[in-house]
Design a protein around this ligand. Structure first.
Ligand code: GCB
Length: 596
């Protein structure tokens, strides 16, 4: 074998290793758990004194020990119990003014009671921590996690004791050139334990994960698998859908794995009828329930087919930015407000940009009948040639798909946003797309690409589109280039026989700032951009969806213009205070006419 081939094979081996080695529990909502949300003690540690000694070597007696002086003479220079607090889940930036712009380490500590149970294993589960987390229980390190928007868990069975226990998490949100995302983004780097923390109890051998979806190209055949974790790998498993009186039995192999497929007549999930079925998975040692909706998604030439029928995605993009004042959204109420605004707009689709949003958003979209584009933060210009960066992106992609693969609304996995055309980026994204396809054969793959246009003519030509099922394009005619009126004069051509989603267009507007349709930052300007974009979009023959930028104003350090932006990207159709701008109604009107 030539040396180049060996290097490539090694690279692929490393990638696959990462792709599979996440050991994530799924369907947390329906497991036995104790919430560790609430007030956590914190130590702000910009110099990482709690981690490194004065020679910058990792300390063996770091803050994770949660040490108390043995007597009055012992020197201990920290004390969690007399320190300040932060609420979990929540970003730190919007909880304390002094942390608004903080990027660095904060140590979190929480004490909790635990009752040991027989034949039970316990896992500490974090919905997300931005960006790096090192987790300790009772002074012992459980593990580390990188990536700010995906869940992870560590087993704590052997470290937990009867009675009082403590968990310490070192959270570091410093941006890094080799991070995913990298140093440069157009959103706020909210740090902290931003999503729920749970201690999950499962039986010694438990149902770790499962896949249960309609088989590709079928409307009545279900296909899937179950994965047990633990010593009793050989078990009989029952899968039940009580509402249609369907039960099947399967046997797991020595790896605790079983595949299945069966036919069943079901009402399909759709935006008009977001029907889900209770599913029971019962093994000899464990059982778990879920509510799953069944639908198919496919393409045929330029068409996008939901349940076999052509569909147009009336969408909007959104950040995971809390309504009414900002910060990371993390509650069911946040999800309810944001997604109901999308419904009022007339949407059947949301693009959850630019990273995996919390699971409550996906479950709410499932209830409300909103189709979802989910994406990872491979954004703008990450280090395409760095294999650790690729492994990191692979891992985030794997975590996202692992968590959400049974959720009906998710129809599209997006692997990147506005990345530069070139061979190294192509190779990088090729691997991500391959992984996504291996993990989930039922959904479509996209990426938000950029346009390269001559005057009044846009030709889709990014070779990455060869690898995509659906082409995403971001364009800002009338804001970053040209005038709004250029849009209707622009014609679109494609080298690919595939559906197109305009994944972004838009313009900044400050709520209640009025003027001429060509006065920047006025509501009139934004509404005019929308009106002209709509005229253009109506004429693109292969357009099958759109998700303009963006539902609400969101914080961004790149947007300093005083009195107008004040550190907010103002492209929202709704302000950070929940006020609807004119363009909201322009788009609503268009979407309403579409369904008539
Ligand atoms: C884009 C990016 C998005 C930005 C937006 C803007 O193309 O994808 O993250 O926020 O433009 O407002 O410039």
């Amino acid at each position: 074998m030539n040396p180049f081939r060996i290097i490539v094979m090694f690279f692929i081996f490393v990638i696959n290793l990462y792709a599979q080695d996440i050991n994530l529990l799924t369907n947390i909502e329906n497991r036995q758990k104790q919430s560790l949300n609430g007030q956590w003690k914190i130590i702000i540690d910009p110099y990482e004194t709690g981690y490194y000694n004065y020679r910058y070597q990792p300390r063996t007696d770091g803050y994770f020990e949660n040490r108390k002086p043995k007597d009055k003479s012992e020197l201990v220079e920290y004390d969690f119990d007399n320190s300040e607090e932060l609420t979990v889940p929540g970003d730190w930036n919007t909880q304390k003014e002094k942390l608004f712009l903080y990027e660095g380490t904060i140590w979190y500590k929480k004490s909790f009671q635990y009752k040991k149970k027989n034949n039970t294993r316990s896992f500490l589960y974090f919905g997300a921590v931005n960006y790096e987390a090192i987790v300790y229980v009772n002074g012992k390190k459980l593990g580390e996690h990188v990536g700010g928007f995906t869940p992870f868990n560590f087993e704590a069975t052997n470290e937990l004791v009867e009675g009082e226990n403590f968990v310490v998490v070192k959270v570091d949100n410093k941006r890094k050139r080799e991070g995913v995302p990298t140093l440069n983004t157009d959103w706020w780097n909210y740090g902290g334990i931003t999503r729920d923390v749970d201690l999950i109890d499962v039986p010694d051998t438990f149902i770790k994960d499962y896949f249960l979806q309609l088989k590709k190209n079928s409307l009545n055949e279900i296909f899937g698998w179950v994965q047990l974790e633990g010593k009793e790998t050989l078990q009989e498993i029952k899968i039940e859908i009580p509402e249609v009186r369907k039960t099947i039995k399967i046997k797991t192999d020595e790896n605790g794995f079983a595949e299945f497929h069966f036919s069943v007549d079901l009402k399909l999930w759709s935006p008009e009828n977001p029907k889900t079925y209770t599913i029971k998975i019962i093994s000899q040692t464990d059982s778990i329930e879920d509510k799953i909706g069944f639908r198919s998604i496919d393409t045929r030439g330029n068409e996008l087919l939901l349940n076999g029928k052509s569909i147009f995605l009336r969408g909007i993009s959104l950040h995971e930015e809390a309504p009414f004042g900002g910060g990371r959204a993390n509650s069911e109420k946040d999800a309810d407000t944001l997604l109901n605004w999308a419904k009022q707009l007339g949407c059947n689709f949301v693009r959850l940009a630019h990273y995996p949003h919390n699971e409550k958003m996906i479950r709410k979209a499932e209830q409300l009948g909103l189709l979802v584009w989910a994406e990872i933060p491979v954004y703008w210009t990450i280090l395409w040639e760095n294999k650790d960066v690729l492994a990191n992106a692979e891992k985030q992609l794997t975590e996202m798909i692992t968590r959400d693969k049974n959720r009906a609304p998710v129809i599209i996995w997006s692997v990147a946003n506005e990345t530069p055309v070139g061979q190294t980026r192509y190779n990088f994204l090729y691997h991500l797309i391959k992984t996504a396809k291996e993990l989930d054969q039922t959904r479509l793959i996209t990426a938000a690409t950029e346009i390269h246009s001559e005057k009044n003519k846009i030709t889709l030509s990014d070779s990455l589109s060869n690898l995509l099922d659906v082409i995403g394009v971001n364009e800002y005619i009338g804001w970053y280039g040209g005038t709004a009126e250029d849009a209707p004069k622009t014609s679109w051509e494609s080298k690919f026989n595939k559906p197109l989603i305009i994944s972004e267009f838009g313009a900044d507007a400050k709520f209640n700032l009025h003027g001429d349709a060509h006065d920047r930052f006025t509501e009139e300007y934004q509404a005019n951009v929308y009106a002209n974009q709509i005229e253009m979009l109506k004429k693109i023959p292969f357009l099958r969806g759109m998700s303009p930028w963006i539902l609400t104003d969101f914080r961004s350090p790149r947007r300093p213009l005083p009195g107008i932006q004040d550190m907010y990207n103002r492209k929202g159709l709704i302000s950070d205070k929940g006020e609807k701008k004119q363009a909201f109604y322009t788009l609503q009107n268009f979407y309403r006419k579409m369904v008539k």
